[in-house]
Ligand binder design. Sequence first.
Ligand code: ZN
Length: 227
Amino acid sequence: MLQLVFDDCTRMALCLKQVFNKDKTFRPRKKFEPGTQRFELYKKAQASLKSGLDLKVVVRLPPGESINDWIAVHTVDFFNRINLIYGTICDFCTEKTCPVMSGGQKYEYRWQDDHKYKKPTKVAAPLYITLLMDWIETHINNEDIFPTRVGVPFPKNFQQVCKKILTRLFRVFVHVYIHHFDRVTCMGAEAHVNTCYKHYFYFVSEFSLINPRELEPLKEMTERICI
Ligand code: ZN
């Protein structure tokens, strides 16, 4: 029995070490510049997140804050966190294990962008997720879409772009939950992933940032853990 406890702890420590290394090597996190309004808003959101408040309450727009800033801060934060979650299992998501970007038998995603994949194209899950994360990274680093300079307004289509980013990020949850959750559980990261998912779900629901149809693949689980 004691041996089992020791093994679990060792395994967890190893997994956490892997997570830490992945965070550094898999993809750099997008950070907010200290001193900017968005950095302050990010800090505020982080503080309320850690305060133990109900996540449904935490996602609400604080009085006096701009909705676009609030959405910008969360979109970047979800990108960072979901990217890290995928990073923890990406060694187990290969062309062989996941030749299709799917969520079970019923859902399959095809990649499309303005460059190489002009038509929806079937690609393996790891490539799909790499393309997806690169695509998001390009958008959140684009000053015309996510302006960081004081006084520069958000573009008119800002919320539309964020809807698309958040919709695409949801697909990573679908893939991780349906195809790699055994690995998440083995790493002891289940609670962490569930909390991130719940936070994401309450946020996109609060501001109607995703078409409910897109949420279908995880509907049962969402009803179980979020409602
Ligand atoms: Zn996979």
